[in-house]
Design a protein around this ligand. Structure first.
Ligand code: SF4
Ligand SMILES: [Zn+2]
Length: 388
């Protein structure tokens, strides 16, 4: 018998392919491998400047540096169901490469002279030694402190031990750690997101971060895979309530479909619709009293934490969307709310599609439909229903 079994997606490997390779086959396809090797390891993936707000509420300019890294160690062994960061990584990036990227980012922006805030994103965790050489972690922490910049880094929970934070704060005593918690619910973390950590590890990380007076930004995912729109809404509000008191900032990321991921497959098979923008408006309205118990707005004394909702690819088929004609107005109102914290941003917003969305939520509450009935805005609706 011929032992060289040809596998269309993973190539002709004399060794048997692991199930891991098959399940995540798109990341191992020739196009993905080729793309990864095409990146210049001495250049950062992207550097851009955006308006931001300092912890005390002062408006400022922030520079975001997205570095080309080896990616996330959780992805190497498994990976979250929606994470497409592997598309932007190279598995051979060295300490020298990272230092060149950092120097280039500083050169491009005059040593960040015009920016008070620096966000460093590494498609993983900056404080994880297996992903980022310790010398480079130190460079970023030290230089941002010396330059007097408000630093934001991203991390999973398991790196945020007392030992690591004690080391990091001895170099930079004040920075923000953004954690991709996604859901404050162990079942969702395990079966919908495949996050590889539990709510308990987030609880522990938060205690440690507080001990070292570091700021906490919590990312939540709106509508993970295998979830109906109605469940996403109910869960979303609950998770915001659960983490608000222990976060300085909550950033809700409505699902956007990234190439080569599990959610990409579901979406292509018409088995998943990214969230409605109306659901995000409704989530904000229901969560608002948990953020401002006395009915305040951004900066009011009753504010528990900052709530930001940023619909990446909002209005597009692969991002949170409505019917196509009202999308840009709803996205703009959601983005205005992130700055003002004022529910009046949504006054006067309406569209015919709102009744379709309401009907879907009502049906999903009344019928046993764990995966929901929402259909994406693409293709012919009747044809889509026939193919179910
Ligand atoms: S932990 Fe973050 S970077 Fe790693 S696979 Fe999950 S979403 Fe991607
Ligand atoms: Zn509409």
């Amino acid at each position: 018998m011929d032992k060289n079994i040809s596998l269309t997606l993973v190539g002709n490997n004399p060794k048997p392919a692991k199930i891991h390779h098959l399940v995540k086959a798109p990341a191992n396809t020739p196009w993905a491998r080729e793309k990864q090797q095409s990146w210049d390891a001495n250049k950062p993936a992207t550097v851009y400047v955006t308006p931001e707000t300092l912890p005390d509420g002062t408006p400022c300019s922030a520079v975001t540096v997205i570095l080309r890294t080896k990616g996330c160690h959780w992805w190497w062994s498994s990976g979250c169901t929606f994470c497409g960061y592997f598309n932007d990584t190279r598995d051979d990036v060295t300490n020298e490469n990272l230092h060149s990227q950092w120097e280039l980012a500083k050169q491009q922006h005059d040593n960040f002279a015009g920016q008070s805030m620096v966000k460093i994103y590494t498609s993983g965790s900056l404080l994880e030694d297996r992903e980022i050489p310790i010398q480079f972690q130190e460079t970023v922490l030290r230089e941002c402190h010396e330059l007097g910049k408000e630093l934001i880094v991203e991390s999973r929970c398991e790196q945020l031990t007392e030992e690591k934070l004690s080391w990091a704060t001895s170099i930079n005593p004040s920075f923000t750690v953004a954690i991709g918690l996604e859901a404050y619910d162990d079942e969702v973390l395990r079966f919908h997101v495949n996050k590889g950590f539990t709510t308990k590890s987030w609880d522990r990380a938060v205690v440690n971060l507080r001990k070292f007076n570091l700021r906490i930004k919590t990312y939540l995912m709106f509508k993970p895979p295998f979830m109906s729109e109605k469940d996403a809404l109910d869960h979303g509000v609950r998770w915001i309530k659960d983490v608000a008191g222990r976060s300085d900032e909550i950033s809700v990321n409505p699902m956007n479909i990234q190439r080569g991921t599990v959610i990409d497959r579901l979406h292509r098979h018409n088995e998943y619709r990214p969230p409605w923008l109306w659901s995000l408006v409704e989530m904000i309205k229901q969560a608002h009293p948990h953020i401002y118990p006395d009915g305040g707005v951004n900066g009011s004394p009753d504010q528990v934490c900052r709530l930001i909702v940023h619909p990446t690819a909002g209005g597009k088929i692969r991002g949170a969307h409505n019917c196509g004609s009202c999308d840009k107005f709803v996205v703009a109102a959601i983005e205005r709310y992130a700055v003002s914290g004022d529910l009046r941003e949504f006054d006067g917003l309406s569209c015919e599609c709102e009744s379709v969305w309401r009907e879907e939520l009502a049906l999903e509450s009344a019928l046993p439909l764990p995966l929901g009935i929402s259909q994406p805005r693409r293709g012919n609706r009747i044809e889509n229903l026939r193919s179910l």
